[in-house]
Write a protein that binds this ligand. Structure first.
Ligand code: ACO
Length: 703
């Protein structure tokens, strides 16, 4: 969708520099000089009440004095003057403000920032920043920033929350040979945020890969939405992980949901590829910006050295692309381009005798072969070859293969000649790296892109039937009692309202009632204390299991009551829950938090030591589509336990993924009510036999 306001802001046809200065060393001077030196073709209007001209360009005392139209205003006056100039800018009908000025929310001046956005928006003007370096665009030769120069031209565009990092990366584009079209600094994100820019860049014809440096989102869901809709690859480096919320968490899930885990899950759901560090961000950006997605897992590696072939094979395994042998016809053909002692399996080892022709012929044939879905070409610099000629042979073979819809990456391991050859390859659209594992990781990001796009495209319908009103009624009653947590029985009523199978549980207020209920439910039974003041029932001696007869029920009733009173004398005790004793199954835990950035977020893991000790859990932002739920089951370390180990039947993974979807529907539907919740344990039975939520806990939002 076209966004004319952001067009004006990010690709302005005319620009005013409000606070332009003739004094070298000032930011208002740098911006002017950068616009001129960068070769910007649009009109430049320096604004400064006390200058006639700046760097040879006529200066205006106020933007109101400019007769032509102005698309964007770059602000370089101190923060206390920004409010005043915003009125003039708004009245002039300028669509975008690029506010370089610092001194707003980053130093606690939130009100000043809110006032700036409110005023600008009241004129229909959008604000980028404040506290930014500016905007740079190679296509428009627009260096509207105080970064020293335009980046190395290329097809990626970078959006950075850190200004300093943007400046550093600008220079690094030349040393790393990774080209960018735009560098956009977004600083405090008071108005225009990641979501806006991702959507805009997705429609920018000069951007093929969106690269993000993220410290945090203001509205995580808006970002997920924008990223999911984007058709181009998005790669992000997320920094600044804090342990928010964990300390104060009342539920299991709350204490496990660190920001890093939730961000990781949300980015994955949004179809965003994640980089592990700055090197990885650059390396992957290069491949993502130059090559098409890898549509399947068939990766072929061609090498002239066994060692680099093994390193690449290990990397392929690590990246989720374990090598398979090439099919017989491929092997037969490739055998023609290597000596007797070469190997045509995979990696294809042309041996140290390989020259330009063998490289060229094997690349041309195997890249065009329908089995190959991605190709990595490795080369160790030898005395009998010239790296540049090998590079040219590879490029020629790729062109002659006619293939445009499969990716290729290259790694040359050698000295200066190899460096020069790799630079040539990159300039000619083939990503090349100094290490074989990096070339494999880069191509794996193109595989990840197509996998994640397929997954994130799936939207979730709410689970078939749920009774929101019944759940809300339970919550209303608890609130009317002045409580902000539900009892187990109430929590289970809420869970059942969303279709989740819970163990049948009823409340006994007296010993006799407990006996009657146990007889009705059928022995053996479980008995548990019901008190909003006792959340951790086992710790309070409030749980007895496997009670087989009436005598047992009577004894358990007395003991539980006594223990509970000793544990907390003032506890409001509703009675004792008598419930069916569910047969043994694999214990899993489900839970939710209301994440400050992403809202309702669900957690899944195996129960017992897996969660307590190993913290083997995974998260998703609600709602969770069926395929995402199944991915959750697969991505915990304990996944084989659900799949069935040592001759055991597989667990009912289908029922479990259904419950994850239902749970996610519940926390989204009740997002204004539920702060945190757990279903722990949930017992999962053999394939086809379903599962049971045995214990449930819901903590309400304070109102
Ligand atoms: N309209 C236009 N120009 C005006 C007006 C006005 N109403 N009023 C004053 N000016 C002129 C000033 O006279 C001055 O020009 P001069 O050099 O001819 O005198 C010019 O605007 C700038 O004003 P100064 O008061 O000189 O302000 P200075 O240049 O010292 O600082 C700045 C302004 C750069 C915006 C500063 O307040 C600031 O915020 N600096 C930090 C910016 C920053 O680092 N942002 C990115 C963060 S990311 C990172 O860390 C890399």
């Amino acid at each position: 969708m076209k966004n004319e306001v952001l067009d004006s802001l990010l690709t302005p046809k005319s620009v005013a520099v409000v606070g332009a200065s003739a004094t070298p060393g000032k930011i208002g001077y740098s911006v002017m000089k950068n616009l001129i030196d960068g070769g910007y073709k649009g009109a430049i209007y320096p604004i400064n009440p006390s200058a006639e001209e700046i760097l040879g360009i006529k200066c205006y005392p106020s933007i109101s004095d400019v007769s032509g139209s102005v698309d964007a205003a770059i602000i370089t006056v101190p923060s206390k003057l920004v409010d005043g100039v915003t009125d003039e800018i708004g009245r002039k009908g300028v669509k975008g403000m690029i506010v370089i000025t610092s001194g707003f929310s980053e130093v606690g001046n939130r009100d000043l920032e809110l006032a700036l956005v409110k005023k600008a928006n009241s004129y229909g003007t959008r604000v980028l920043g404040p506290n930014i370096v500016g905007v740079l665009s190679n296509t428009d030769k627009f260096n509207g920033s105080f970064a020293p120069f335009l980046p190395l031209p290329g097809k990626a565009s970078l959006v950075s929350q850190s200004g300093a990092l943007l400046i550093a990366l600008d220079a690094a584009t030349y040393t790393r040979r990774v080209g960018f079209d735009k560098l956009i600094s977004i600083g405090n994100m008071s108005d225009v945020d990641f979501a806006d820019i991702v959507s805009w860049l997705d429609n920018d014809p000069n951007t093929s890969c969106i690269t993000l440096y993220i410290e945090g989102f203001k509205d995580g869901r808006a970002f997920i939405d924008a990223a999911r809709k984007a058709s181009k690859p998005i790669i992000a480096l997320k920094a600044g992980v804090s342990a928010h919320g964990a300390a104060a968490a009342a539920s299991h899930t709350g204490s496990l949901a660190g920001a890093a885990k939730v961000y990781g899950a949300a980015l994955q759901q949004a179809g965003v590829i994640q980089a592990t560090d700055l090197d990885n961000l650059f390396d992957r950006t290069l491949a993502l910006s130059q090559q098409p997605p890898m549509k399947g897992d068939n990766l072929l590696i061609i090498t002239n050295g066994g060692g680099v072939g093994v390193l690449a094979t290990d990397a392929a395994e690590r990246s989720g692309l374990p090598l398979k042998f090439a099919p017989a016809d491929v092997q037969l053909e490739l055998k023609k381009h290597m000596p007797e002692f070469g190997s045509a399996k995979n990696p294809v080892d042309l041996t140290g005798m390989a020259g330009n022709d063998w490289y060229g012929d094997s690349v041309r044939y195997s890249f065009a072969h329908p089995w190959t879905e991605g190709l990595v070409v490795l080369y160790c610099e030898t005395a009998i070859t010239d790296p540049m000629q090998i590079a040219q042979a590879i490029k020629k073979a790729v062109d002659e293969s006619g293939v445009k819809d499969k990716p290729i990456t290259v790694s040359f391991v050698g000295g200066e000649k190899s460096e020069v050859a790799m630079r040539w390859l990159v300039e000619n659209g083939i990503p090349a790296y100094g290490a074989p594992d990096v070339a494999v990781d880069a191509i794996s990001s193109l595989r990840e892109f197509s996998r994640m796009k397929a997954l994130s495209a799936q939207t979730t319908e709410p689970c078939a039937a749920f009774d929101s009103e019944a759940a809300r009624e339970v919550i209303r009653k608890a609130r009317a009692d002045g409580r902000d947590s539900l009892t187990e029985i109430e929590a289970k009523e809420v869970f059942s309202a969303y279709g989740m199978p819970v163990t049948s549980t009823e409340l006994a207020r007296t010993e006799d009632q407990a006996v009657a209920l146990a007889k009705k439910i059928g022995f053996p039974v479980v008995m548990k204390i019901v008190s909003p003041d006792i959340l951790h029932k086992s710790d309070a001696g409030g749980v007895k299991v496997n009670i087989k007869d009436e005598t047992g029920v009577r004894e358990a009733f007395k003991t539980i009551m006594k223990n509970a009173k000793e544990y907390k004398a003032t506890a409001d005790i509703h009675g004792i829950a008598v419930q069916e004793m569910a047969p043994w199954g694999t214990e899993v835990i489900l839970g939710s938090v209301n994440d400050p950035t992403f809202g309702p977020t669900i957690m899944f893991g195996l129960g017992g030591i897996f969660v307590e000790v190993l913290k083997d859990v995974t998260f998703r932002v609600a709602p969770v589509a069926d395929t995402q739920a199944r991915r959750m089951l697969d991505e915990i370390r304990g996944a084989p336990i659900l799949a069935g180990v040592r001759g055991e039947e597989a667990r009912d993974r289908e029922a479990l993924s259904d419950v994850i979807c239902q749970y996610s529907t519940m926390i989204l539907d009740l997002k204004d009510e539920i702060a945190e919740s757990d279903a722990n344990p949930v017992l999962v039975y053999e394939h086809g036999s379903g599962l049971k939520v045995v214990d449930a806990r819901i903590i309400l939002k304070k109102k």
